[in-house]
Write a protein that binds this ligand. Structure first.
Ligand code: FMN
Length: 152
């Protein structure tokens, strides 16, 4: 049934970023959603094996960076290697959000969140975060959409 779920449900494509005292890191994430208006809550679904999973638990904050076609290459750059082994920000310009999350300068938008809840969901963890800072950085672009096995 996984193939039918993948064909029947589409997602955006984002880079989730995080800062701890020692490190910054980011990973590509498709399982990201708004889940409340008031308060404004976003949810991430992240596998416990990801380095980013540990870092978000430690930090208590994360940021969602929205990708568009011009920076499509970042999805692969942040989605197939772990920050345990490489510095994915080495050639990626960024600035700090108000609570320190690194924001990719070329992102379409960023949403920095404070973690307010965590739940186990099967083989993933749901991190629920309240949006505490957000900015649209490009007015003239549309977010990438992940369909089945490709994003465009
Ligand atoms: C298009 C795409 C979407 C992804 N979405 C997710 C996701 O929603 N949740 C997740 O746990 N991993 C997802 N991944 C896998 C992580 O991005 C990948 O394992 C990454 O290397 C983890 O990096 P880290 O170990 O530095 O945290 C996705 C990968 C790609 C290419």
């Amino acid at each position: 049934m996984q193939d039918i779920v993948s064909k029947g449900i589409s997602h955006g494509v984002y880079i989730v970023t995080v800062r701890t005292k020692e490190r910054i890191n980011g990973m590509t994430a498709a399982w990201v959603s708004q889940v409340s208006f008031q308060p404004l809550l976003l949810m991430l679904s992240i596998a416990p094996a990801r380095f980013t999973h540990n870092l978000i638990k430690e930090s208590g904050y994360f940021a969602v960076n929205t990708l568009d076609k011009d920076i499509q290459n970042l999805a692969a750059a942040f989605g197939f290697k772990s920050g345990r082994k490489v510095d994915k920000f080495q050639n990626v310009p960024y600035f700090d959000a108000p609570n320190g999350s690194p924001i990719i300068e070329s992102a379409l938008a960023f949403l920095e969140c404070k973690v307010v809840n965590m739940f186990t969901a099967g083989d993933h963890t749901l991190f629920v975060g309240e949006v505490v800072a957000a900015k649209l950085l490009k007015e003239d672009k549309v977010p990438l959409i992940f369909h089945w096995d490709d994003y465009f």
